[in-house]
Design a binder for this molecule. Structure first.
Ligand code: HEM
Length: 193
C-alpha cells in the first residue's frame, strides 16, 4: 500500500510539476500520448507485482529458501511453499526485466527525450536490482544489501511510473521531425476543424 501511495503521489507530482500544459494545436485536439505509454505502464505494473511478491518473501522469511541459481535445487518452482514464493519472485523479476527492456527499446524510437531518459534510467536500475537480489542470496541477506534491494526497487518502480505518465501526456510524437510534425498537425486541423 505504501508503494501504491508513493506511485499515486508521484503521478500527481509529475502532473503538477513536470508535465507542461498542452501547447500545440494537436494537443488541444486530444492528440496526446506516444506509442510507448502502454508498454511503460505495463512495466510499472510488473514492478509493483514483483515488489509485492518480494515483500512477501521478506516477511515470510523465505529469503534464503533457495540457495542455488537460477533454479531452486533443480526445480523451477521449488519443493515447498517458501521455495515457491522465492521462485515466483525471481520469475516475476525476470518478466519485469524483459518487459522493461522491450518498453525502453520502444521508447527509444517513439518517445520524447525526457521519457527516454526515465525509461533508460529505470532499465539500468532493473539490472542493478537483479544483481542486488542475487547478492542478497549469495551473501545470506546482510542488512545493508537487504535495504539496498528494497530502496532500489522503489526507485526503479518510480522511474517507470514517471516514464509512463510522461509518455501518456506528451502532446506530440517526438519521432517526427519538426517540419513534418507541424505539417501533420496542420493537416489534422484542416480535416477536423
Ligand atoms: C528485478 C526486480 C526485483 C524487484 C523489483 C525486487 C523487489 C523486492 C522487494 C520490494 C523486496 C522486499 C524487501 C523488503 O521488504 O525489505 C524483495 C525481497 C527479496 N528479493 Fe527481490 N526484487 C527483484 C529481483 C530479485 C532477484 C532477481 C532476486 C534473486 C534471487 C531477488 C531476491 C530477493 C530476496 C532474497 C528477498 C528477501 C530479502 C529479505 O528477506 O529481506 N529479488 N525484492
Amino acid at each position: 500500500m505504501a508503494m501504491a501511495l508513493l506511485g499515486v503521489l508521484t503521478i500527481l507530482a509529475v502532473l503538477a510539476i513536470l508535465a507542461p500544459a498542452p501547447q500545440t494545436a494537436g494537443a488541444a485536439r486530444g492528440n496526446t500520448g506516444d506509442g510507448a505509454a502502454p508498454a511503460l505502464a505495463l512495466t510499472a505494473l510488473l514492478a509493483f507485482v514483483t515488489m509485492c511478491i518480494g515483500a512477501y518473501v521478506s516477511s515470510s522469511y523465505a529469503g534464503l529458501a533457495c540457495l542455488t541459481f537460477p533454479s531452486c535445487d533443480g526445480s523451477l518452482l521449488g519443493h515447498n511453499a517458501a521455495q515457491l514464493v522465492q521462485m515466483l519472485h525471481r520469475i516475476a523479476a525476470g518478466s519485469f526485466a524483459l518487459i522493461a527492456l522491450i518498453a525502453t527499446w520502444t521508447s527509444l524510437s517513439v518517445s520524447s527525450p525526457r521519457v527516454r531518459t526515465f525509461a533508460i534510467l529505470g532499465c539500468a536500475l532493473v539490472f542493478v536490482q537483479i544483481v542486488l537480489g542475487f547478492a542478497n542470496v549469495a551473501w545470506q541477506l546482510p542488512l545493508a544489501l537487504r535495504e539496498a534491494h528494497a530502496a532500489n526497487a522503489q526507485l526503479t518502480f518510480l522511474m517507470f511510473v514517471i516514464a509512463a505518465v510522461l509518455a501518456a501526456l506528451e502532446p506530440v510524437r517526438a519521432t517526427e521531425p519538426l517540419p513534418e510534425r507541424a505539417a501533420a498537425t496542420a493537416q489534422r486541423i484542416a480535416t477536423n476543424p
